[in-house]
Design a protein around this ligand. Structure first.
Ligand SMILES: Nc1ncnc2c1ncn2[C@@H]1O[C@H](COP(=O)(O)OP(=O)(O)OP(=O)(O)O)[C@@H](O)[C@H]1O
Ligand SMILES: [Mg+2]
Length: 252
């Protein structure tokens, strides 16, 4: 365990259109073994933050750093580092949409996930199947023919094929029925317990705060509130502004 965050994004400013910033100095830390949630209203910049961390949009100011893989390796500045290099550094990303190759089989999706390390495919696929036995059962089926929840498992499994230290997940439970949503949160916890630190954006704020060690509320491109999942669930301001009717269910 180290005092230095595994992943640190500090004061990130980024956007899509020149001179229009979506992130206005947004900071997020992820420590070893943590599961950290990012919640906030639609359009707050949650997906943009993950894209900025993963080098998919330029960081206009601020920096992103990743701690080295052992105590001899210093912290690396990964600001604007391209995705394929980040994957080699142990960072995986599951985007919000279009996160599987639907015409490929489950197994082929997994092979794509480990294309940088083809020799590791069989061993890693076995480990992914231990986490998600259904992927083993459906190995020969095309990803497009799977249920939404199963497709989400394929997307996460594919990211796990590179054996990441850090996994960035954008709304893994979106569009799923309540039962499947629950399964996603359980799976995230399971992946986390297997040693992968997770930074997870979630629309299902209440559930996210329940499973997260810590969380951030993003609003208008800044980290407006932070605390443990429990603290945020009980914070009257967070309840009033961001949890709304969802929070009322908590006192039931
Ligand atoms: N490719 C893009 N080009 C231009 N503007 C974009 C692009 N993607 C997102 N934006 C804008 O950036 C802002 C933040 O979008 P972002 O997708 O980060 O929000 P979010 O917090 O993930 O929202 P949601 O909860 O709806 O997923 C929005 O105003 C959006 O319109
Ligand atoms: Mg989003």
């Amino acid at each position: 365990m180290s005092d230095t965050p595994l992943l640190r994004a500090s004061e990130v400013v980024a956007g899509y259109v020149p001179e229009v910033n979506i992130l206005n100095g947004c900071s997020v830390d992820l420590y070893d073994s943590e599961l950290v949630g990012i919640i906030g209203p639609n359009g707050a910049g949650k997906s943009t933050m993950l894209k900025a961390i993963f080098g998919l949009i330029p960081v206009r100011s601020g920096e992103v750093t990743l701690r080295g893989s052992d105590s001899d390796t210093p912290t690396v500045d990964i600001t604007d580092m391209k995705a394929h290099r980040l994957v080699k550094q142990g960072v995986g990303f599951v985007p919000q949409t279009e996160n599987v190759f639907s015409t490929l089989t489950v197994k082929e999706n997994m092979e794509m996930g480990a294309f940088l390390e083809p020799d590791m495919v069989e061993e890693r696929f076995e480990r992914v199947c231990e986490l998600f036995p259904r992927l083993g059962e459906r190995a020969g089926q095309t990803a497009g023919s799977l249920s939404g929840g199963e497709r989400q498992m394929v997307a996460m499994g594919r990211a796990l094929m590179m054996d990441p230290r850090v996994l960035l997940l954008d709304e893994p439970s979106a569009g799923l029925s309540p039962a499947f949503q629950d399964e996603v949160f359980v799976n995230c916890r399971r992946i986390n317990s297997a040693g992968v630190s997770i930074l997870m954006v979630e629309q299902n704020a209440r559930r996210c705060l329940q499973v997260a060690d810590r969380a951030y509320v993003l609003d208008q491109g800044v980290d407006a509130y932070t605390g443990s999942g429990k603290e945020l669930l009980e914070d009257p301001k967070v309840i009033e502004l961001y949890l709304g009717t969802l929070a009322r269910g908590l006192v039931d």
